[in-house]
Design a protein around this ligand. Structure first.
Ligand SMILES: C[S@@+](CC[C@H](N)C(=O)[O-])C[C@H]1O[C@@H](n2cnc3c(N)ncnc32)[C@H](O)[C@@H]1O
Length: 269
């Protein structure tokens, strides 16, 4: 956690944007209603079958759904906190699913277990935590090591949004009032960011401030996202030998255009 600041500015990058993922309760609270990708990944898992490897499985949002469909899945994540939450949820799902899942702490840049998976998923912008081309090369080499010959690799990342990049980093945006799931009192959420156009990295600040000063701690979390443009990502994938089966602009199968929120890639080798 960082002391509150006003103008968003670049900060030292660390693997995994750890600050943001140290608080899984807050992550689950923020995204409890986020569901546009669930049906899509669920359908893909059902039609392609397992075993699935989820890279950046977080607090188990998608894994839970897959095991309930009887599909074998292994989740890896860098964050111990996110993994602990995922483990609790998966255990709570019941003993009948116990042999369908496993979790491992690992860095997606270097992790590989030598096994072959029929489906590898990296969902909800996880690959935007790969900040350099060198790391992307290492990451994709590991995907190739773990992908079965008939396997499919699916991931989604945000589509660059120029209106969002241009938001004034000196202002606070998206002010929202919420009841804090850990502190039990009312808070304001605000955010701002600095987009470094040369690095294509957005340095995001998320501010949590109690409505009534002193009711709870006032803190800031930082998160860095590397944006990949569609042509750039397609080029990288092809250079690594991937076949692009589909490039979509959303989980409803829509075409990618300048208004698409996400880029969804379905690839094979
Ligand atoms: C936006 S969350 C997505 C979590 C989950 N896939 C979901 O859909 O809810 C991104 C996840 O990637 C993980 N992550 C970031 N960098 C990583 C790295 N280098 N290796 C492994 N996991 C990483 C974070 O800890 C976090 O859990």
């Amino acid at each position: 956690m960082q002391k509150k600041m006003t103008a968003a500015e670049p900060f030292e990058l660390n693997r995994g944007s750890v600050e943001y993922y140290q608080n899984p309760t807050m992550y689950d609270f923020d995204f409890k209603k986020y569901a546009p990708d669930k049906k899509f990944y669920s359908n893909m898992a059902l039609s392609l079958g397992g075993p699935i490897l989820e890279i950046g499985c977080g607090s188990g949002r998608l894994m839970l759904d897959w095991i309930k469909k009887g599909i074998q899945v292994k989740g890896i994540d860098l964050s111990e906190d996110m993994l602990k939450t995922a483990e609790k949820k998966l255990i709570r799902a019941g003993k009948k699913y116990a042999n369908l899942w496993s979790l491992e702490q690992g860095d997606m840049i270097s992790w590989s277990d030598g096994n072959k998976y029929n489906l590898i998923v990296s969902a909800f912008n996880t690959m935007m935590h790969i900040y350099t081309f060198e790391d992307m090369d290492l990451f994709l080499d590991n995907i190739k090591r773990n992908l079965g010959t008939e396997g499919t690799f699916i991931f989604d990342i945000l589509n660059p949004d120029f209106r969002w990049f241009l938001r004034d980093p000196e202002k606070r945006w998206s002010r929202t009032r919420f009841k804090h799931p850990l502190h039990g009192c009312w808070y304001y959420y605000t955010t701002n960011h600095y987009y470094d156009a040369e690095e294509q990295i957005s340095y995001v600040y998320i501010y949590h401030e109690p409505v009534n000063e002193g009711d709870g701690p006032d803190y800031t979390m930082r998160l860095a996202h590397r944006f990949y443009y569609p042509q750039e990502m397609s080029y990288i994938l092809k250079r690594h030998g991937f076949i692009l089966d589909s490039v979509l602009g959303g989980f409803d199968g829509s075409a990618l255009d300048m208004f698409s929120t996400s880029q969804v890639y379905i690839c094979s080798l």
